[in-house]
Design a protein around this ligand. Structure first.
Ligand code: SF4
Length: 290
């Protein structure tokens, strides 16, 4: 473990973590919502440093990123934990797995060992993915700095719920990012994910204004965001914040986690979402999981 970035000490050994927009207030011997940041005697520690719970070589299109280093492989890794709790999470076995009664899982791999692996496998980029890179900020940031020194690009696959302070730290080293945008208003966002869509929109705009390559994924989920009105609102939000040149991935849902008994999104709904996106004015729309 390692002392965490971006936290403040307040009275009685209580700390506030400012890595994501939950800004968890954490008492001694407790962890934040993500389950991987623990207050020990008034010092906040990242318990997941440097514990890689998954690493792999993936096609960059799997992220999905289609318009940055196309047809290349990307060295990818993650730690346990996530700051959101999306009912449909495909990676809940590692994202929602931290529990107080055991240590954070993972293989010890230092940032420089990840770089060596990426170079050995001739990957031009490193992806911080599978779970939410925001919650392994210390591990990701060190790796990102080393990646740039070794002429490798950095790609995040994120829920976009990081704080402004975290964005400021990563933007100088971030080359591309895919952000999920999940439902069309904060109330629904809170209900299904424990996050806020308005924050995600704000962060995507900041990323775009910083000229970082951004692609957005909307998972189309039956009963959650698949009605025409909900789809329209969600896509219109994105258009208003990000404009017509924004690359959009519309991804088909398959049952998982709290929604594992749900049927896949009908293909007709996917085509409807694509047509709505086109009518709103998006120029680059990709359908996924079809
Ligand atoms: S990263 Fe977010 S969820 Fe985790 S402790 Fe910090 S504020 Fe809380």
């Amino acid at each position: 473990m390692k002392e965490a970035l971006l936290y403040e000490k307040i009275d009685n050994k209580i700390v506030i973590c400012h890595v994501c927009e939950h800004h968890c207030k954490i008492k001694h011997n407790h962890v934040g919502i993500c389950g991987v940041r623990k207050n020990i005697e008034g010092t906040l520690y990242a318990l997941n440093y440097p514990l890689s719970v998954a690493s792999s070589i993936d096609p960059i299109e799997k992220k999905p990123i289609y318009h940055f280093l196309p047809h290349t492989s990307t060295y990818s890794f993650a730690t346990e934990g996530c700051n959101l709790d999306c009912s449909w999470c495909q990676n809940h076995d590692i994202a929602k797995s931290p529990i107080k009664t055991r240590k954070i899982r993972g293989i010890e791999l230092t940032p420089s060992e990840h770089i060596k692996k990426a170079l050995a496998y001739h990957c031009p980029s490193i992806s911080y993915t599978y779970t939410e890179p925001t919650i392994f900020l210390e591990y990701a940031l060190e790796t990102m700095k080393l990646a740039h020194q070794n002429k490798l690009k950095n790609i995040w696959v994120s829920n976009g719920f990081m704080s402004r302070e975290t964005l400021e730290l990563i933007i100088p080293y971030l080359d591309a990012i895919n952000v999920d945008y999940k439902v069309h208003n904060d109330e629904e966002y809170q209900k299904y994910t424990n996050g806020l869509g308005s924050i995600v929109l704000r962060n995507m705009k900041t990323i775009k204004d910083a000229h970082i390559h951004l692609e957005v994924t909307c998972l189309i989920i039956p009963g959650v965001n698949d009605r025409e009105e909900a789809l329209m609102k969600m896509l219109q939000d994105l258009f208003d914040y990000l404009g017509e040149d924004q690359v959009i991935h519309l991804s088909r849902f398959f049952g998982a986690y709290k929604m594992k008994n749900y049927l896949p999104t009908p293909k007709e709904t996917m085509y409807l979402a694509r047509d709505l996106a086109r009518d709103i004015g998006f120029k680059q729309i990709h359908l996924g999981n079809m």
